[in-house]
Design a protein around this ligand. Structure first.
Ligand SMILES: Nc1nc2c(ncn2[C@@H]2O[C@H](COP(=O)(O)OP(=O)(O)OP(=O)(O)O)[C@@H](O)[C@H]2O)c(=O)[nH]1
Ligand SMILES: [Mg+2]
Length: 422
């Protein structure tokens, strides 16, 4: 049996354990973690930490791991000289990174995006004044624009998305879509019947970075209405990504509604098994995170092998050249050709995340442990000197939903040596 694992120069926290366990897996003739061959692409979860038990017991172990990591004191990243990217004394001569704060938003969300901007300016942007790009499928009203200008004196641009980038394609079979959405609604899939939600997910999955006004930029920080920040950031995060050669930053990782993405992973494998497409896969991808099947095995089963673990995309600081590259673009074209942004309710978060897990080296994905963040109902509340208004380590607004947290799997299998970064 072909065992193909690449360690490269990766100095991982648990490397020696990992090697030992891989040997163990080999000796038991377990499935390989991945196979990358023409027409035979596979990714398999290896359970290298020998977690055994019911999903509840696994959850308990994973939550303990999360709590232990979240309790650690966090300062600024140490894999880059942060002193080089401090807020400037004179903003008028500051050489910004090629980046924008991007928000897709509706006219009736002015107050909600306003509260997010207020929190965001206090945390970060008043120190750097990165420009904002507001996107909307409708024309922005003057009232909306005036309100926004009250919240920030950074440059702002208001863009109407061309209908051909936003609207449902003419190829979508309406009766089929209606029947599919009736089914998803019966299964309680949130927003299943909301037509604009499907457009939004498709737009954020495969279009926003190609808008001419976004093409000017390399990096974006995505901002949503009503989000909150709990910590100060006193360095230029875009220059941090640039300086460390990282392409994607997140704060929260969780499971998805499995019924909304039943065929996302099978379609992805279909794409990878066409022609030479398997070559797009990065051998240092995040394959264990996407195939884990212990904490929520029902989800992995419904999503046909995909754990549904994803980065929560309402917070993203990322490099759009990744999406614009050949691997992601061709994969997105395949996904779009299935029509399943409409026949299912594929979200942009699992699409971005699967793309990153497959086509990016995991060392280029950054967990922003130092940025405290909230989007209803989840949060990232780190133990930093500036954390305010949240309880360290709390994941959900409620005393439930802990089984939705997927970060422990990211930490154990993909994050590498956490202490090398913070
Ligand atoms: N202009 C515009 N923006 C939209 C539309 N639908 C969603 N958005 C924006 O797209 C982003 C994601 O939509 P949300 O409704 O927040 O989706 P969500 O985060 O999955 O769901 P919530 O839990 O309700 O926040 C937000 O910034 C919305 O303002 C739309 O039809 N038009
Ligand atoms: Mg939202």
């Amino acid at each position: 049996m072909l065992i193909s694992v690449q360690f490269g120069v990766d100095v991982r926290e648990n490397l020696s354990d990992f090697m030992k366990q891989l040997e163990y897996a080999k000796s038991l003739d377990l499935r390989p973690p991945y196979v990358l061959e023409k027409g035979n692409v596979q990714f398999n979860f290896l359970n290298l930490f020998h977690r055994k038990g019911t999903p509840e017991q696994i959850l308990d172990l994973n939550n303990k791991r999360y709590d232990e990591v979240m309790a650690q004191a966090i300062h600024e990243p140490k894999d880059f000289d942060i002193e080089l990217i401090r807020p400037p004394e004179d903003l008028s001569t500051y050489q910004h990174a090629n980046a924008t704060i991007m928000s897709l938003v509706r006219n009736n969300e002015a107050a909600k995006i306003g509260s997010a901007i207020k929190s965001f300016e206090a945390l970060f942007n008043s120190k750097f004044k990165y420009p904002y790009t507001f996107l909307n499928d409708q024309p922005f009203t003057d009232r909306f624009k005036e309100k926004i200008r009250k919240y920030t004196d950074a440059p702002v641009e208001f863009i109407q998305i061309p209908s051909e980038m936003w609207d449902k394609p003419a190829s979508i079979d309406i009766p089929r879509e209606r029947a599919a959405m009736d089914r998803l609604q019966m299964l309680n899939v949130a927003y299943a019947k909301k037509a604009s939600y499907h457009n939004m997910c498709r737009f954020y999955s495969g279009a926003f970075y190609n808008l001419p006004e976004m093409r000017k930029y390399k990096y974006y920080w995505r901002l949503e209405p009503s989000v909150k920040f709990f910590t100060d950031v006193n360095y230029d995060v875009f220059k941090y990504l640039e300086g460390t050669n990282k392409i994607y930053g997140f704060t929260i990782s969780l499971y998805d509604i499995d019924e909304s993405i039943e065929t996302l992973y099978p379609e992805t494998l279909k794409f990878l098994n066409e022609g030479d497409n398997y070559k797009y896969v990065n051998q240092n991808g995040s394959f264990q995170w996407i195939t884990e099947d212990q904490q929520n095995p029902k989800k992995t089963k419904t999503a046909k092998g995909y754990s549904t673990c994803h980065f929560w995309s309402n917070f993203e600081i990322a490099d759009m050249d990744f999406y614009r590259g050949e691997a992601y673009s061709n994969w997105f074209k395949h996904l779009d050709s299935t029509g399943n942004f409409y026949y299912e309710r594929w979200g942009d978060a699992p699409v971005h995340s699967l793309g990153l897990a497959l086509f990016a080296d995991k060392r280029r994905i950054h967990w922003f442990r130092d940025i405290g963040y909230h989007h209803n109902p989840y949060r990232h509340c780190p133990n930093t000197p500036t954390t305010k208004n949240c309880k360290v380590g709390q994941f959900s607004d409620y005393d439930r939903d802990f089984d939705q947290n997927c970060l422990a799997t990211w930490i154990d299998y993909e994050a590498g040596d956490l202490s090398a970064v913070y």
